[in-house]
Design a protein around this ligand. Structure first.
Ligand code: ASP
Length: 664
């Protein structure tokens, strides 16, 4: 995400402003610091910035792709995709305000580009400058920044710049735009040519009026010939005006006109064949707006339209812009317009402000197996862990902080098989495994077989944040903990009498006991959370299996098996026979079922446990989707578990037949 100020930032003039020819560069850079430079630029009609090596050969040929961004934050994965479409070559950013700082950001945070050149236009004459034509002709990718699209229309329509943009995509090179830069990419676009931008009520009251300034015959972008785009879509309640734009276009004779609105922080990445996928950093959508038939207008000009089909595109949707079809929409419905008023608008599912789910292990736990006192103790422990995580989330803390805080409580609690109270291995040692994953960045950290680190989940987080690696094991992991100042304890800290008795029983009956009695598996702990910023995270911590040998490592520290989190998809923590969770990639499987199959969180969780069961494995998992909806799935008689969210109080459960009020 872009962290730099949105305003023009003169840092780049002073520090990173560079020209290709060193001598000229030095002279111009010196000039640029003097007040006279503004005049010099105005005469030229544009300012030029570059970063990277504009003479470097592009590693690969560019290929067609469209990056359609709805304004505000830029999704890093979407930009990596676009950089790939340039073939790792030379990107040109066009704009009519601000400076070259986006180029600096792209080189620093995205990479995969040989150079970024930025042209900031201040008049129409600049569009006829041969150097501008040359820069555009050599671009491996072009991106049109945000700003004021009326300037783009006035400066570029009917000029060599428009010709160059059309030739660029016609030659199969990638093109993108955000905000004002996206507004002009459709075959018809809202040019914002009137003194003030039109809002939804004004546009619906008079779609053919003077404020609805549509522009056509400007750019010819593949797949968008009949598409009118709009941006900052939900944030600025622009559905009404986009319907009005489509109404004007249809009334003017374009019977196929439709609308495509894109929310802020959200990008639709369109492949050369028209297939597209959505990236969003904040749960945004793209909205396909397809009214049926012709619009009608009242005497005062207000719009009437009986059926306006709306299709919400989310990260899990599969879009085909060549056929204008959307498989697995995030939401869909039919709105209508009556006398300029929008009615029955289908809305995206609402995200919980925050949400938390935890588990404390699965296994054969039937009513009567534990004493009422023990049951009360387990329930109190689950509530204490929920309280710790909820406090973080309620106060606006991150989901990563919440899952870590929750697991630290459970690691300290001797009732659970993690940290203190962990099971013993065959040699009578506690060997601890843990992992954590950040759904926002897909960064992850894990440790296996640590024996002196008090909170393995905190060490996993240190691996994620402070090392180049994902998984550290054994003594090396404990050594890393010491170097990082992660709290160390005497290994005796983890020992509890209860677990010691278990290993002694196991020794008497050795492996047959394990095979016959799966109840030893109680107690792995895990948490998944969604925070107020819409970021998911997951973490798991365990002592593994009683009597484990030969450095056995289960699923808990395996990213994708015991733990997984990806924004827009899901967060998962598992517990059970780790060998099966590894083979089925349980955590990742749940998320892929959502992203690729369009399954609900509950179906995805159940089907994943079924696939583990089909191999002979047993256990359970907790899962949360991007909206904060929670699912628990298990094929055992019970799983210690609990949930709390911004709209539900904390609740805990033990037996399989218990249902929490906020589970899906
Ligand atoms: N899944 C853990 C492991 O295999 C054990 C458990 O969840 O009880 O190490």
């Amino acid at each position: 995400m872009r962290q730099f100020p949105r305003k023009p930032d003169d840092r780049y003039w002073r520090v990173e402003f560079m020209f290709p020819k060193p001598l000229l560069a030095a002279m111009l850079a010196a000039l640029s610091l003097l007040p006279g430079i503004a005049h010099a630029q105005a005469a030229e009609g544009y300012a030029y910035y570059e970063t990277g090596d504009i003479d470097a050969p592009a590693p690969r040929a560019p290929s067609l792709g469209l990056l359609l961004i709805g304004g505000s934050e830029w999704s890093e994965p979407a930009w990596r995709w676009f950089a790939g479409k340039t073939g790792g070559g030379h990107l040109v950013i066009l704009r009519a305000s601000q400076d070259g700082s986006d180029g600096e950001w792209l080189m620093k945070h995205i990479g995969g580009l040989a150079s970024v050149q930025t042209l900031v236009f201040s008049n129409r004459e600049a569009a006829f400058d041969p150097r501008v034509a040359d820069i555009l002709a050599n671009a491996d990718g072009i991106f049109i920044a945000g700003g004021d699209q009326s300037k783009y229309v006035r400066f570029w329509k009917g000029t060599p710049v428009a010709e160059a943009l059309n030739a660029h995509v016609a030659a199969g090179r990638p093109l993108g735009g955000t905000s004002a830069g996206l507004a002009i990419l459709g075959g018809t676009g809202y040019g914002a040519m009137a003194p003030a931008a039109v809002d939804s009520p004004e546009a619906l009251a008079d779609p053919k009026g003077a404020k609805v300034t549509l522009v056509s015959d400007f750019l010819a972008t593949p797949f968008l010939a009949n598409v009118i785009t709009d941006t900052h879509f939900s944030e600025r309640e622009r559905l009404g005006r986009l319907v009005a734009f489509v109404a004007q276009a249809r009334a003017a004779g374009n019977a196929d006109a439709i609308g495509l609105g894109i929310d802020e922080d959200t990008a639709l990445a369109v492949e050369a064949d028209g297939s597209a996928r959505l990236y969003t950093t904040s749960g945004g959508h793209a909205w396909l707006v397809r009214p049926l038939g012709v619009p009608e207008f009242q005497d005062d000009g207000a719009l009437d339209w009986a059926s306006v089909e709306l299709t919400g595109i989310g990260p899990q949707s599969r879009v085909d812009l060549a056929r204008m079809s959307v498989a697995n929409p995030a939401f869909a419905g039919t709105a209508r317009v009556e006398a300029g008023q929008l009615r029955d608008v289908p809305m995206p599912p609402e995200r919980r402000e925050w949400s938390l789910a935890i588990h404390g292990g699965s296994g054969v736990i039937e009513r009567g197996d534990i004493t009422p006192e023990m049951e009360a103790a387990y329930r109190a422990s689950l509530q204490a862990a929920l309280a710790a995580g909820s406090e973080v989330l309620e106060n606006g803390g991150s989901s990563l902080d919440a899952v870590e805080a929750t697991l630290r409580i459970l690691e300290d609690d001797p009732l659970f098989n993690a940290g203190r109270g962990a099971v013993f291995d065959a040699e009578g040692r506690n060997q601890l495994d843990a992992s954590i994953m950040d759904g926002k960045t897909l960064n992850a950290g894990a440790v296996a077989g640590v024996s002196s680190t008090k909170h393995p989940v905190t060490l996993a987080r240190a691996v994620m944040s402070n090392s180049r690696h994902v998984l550290l094991s054994g003594e090396g992991a404990d050594q890393f903990a010491r170097e990082q100042g992660v709290e160390q304890v005497d290994p005796a800290w983890f020992r509890t009498e209860h677990r010691w008795r278990q290993i002694e029983e196991w020794r008497k009956d050795n492996l047959s006991a394990l095979a016959l009695d799966p109840t030893h598996r109680f107690g792995t702990v895990g948490a998944v959370a969604l925070d107020r910023d819409g970021n998911l995270a997951a973490a798991t911590s365990t002592g593994g299996l009683t009597g484990k040998r030969w450095g056995r490592i289960g699923d808990s520290p395996i990213i994708g098996a015991g733990t997984y989190a990806a924004n827009g998809k899901c967060a998962v923590s598992g517990t059970g026979t780790g060998e099966y969770f590894i083979r089925e990639n349980a955590g990742r499987q749940v998320c892929d079922r959502i992203a690729w199959n369009g399954q609900s969180i509950a179906q995805a969780a159940d089907d994943t446990i079924a696939s583990i069961g089909a191999l002979g494995g047993d256990g359970g998992l907790i899962a949360m989707d991007a909206m904060g909806r929670i699912a628990f799935a298990m094929n055992t008689e019970g799983m210690y578990r609990g949930a709390a969210s911004s709209d539900h109080p904390a609740e805990e459960a033990i037996y399989a037949d218990e249902t929490l009020t906020n589970e899906d």
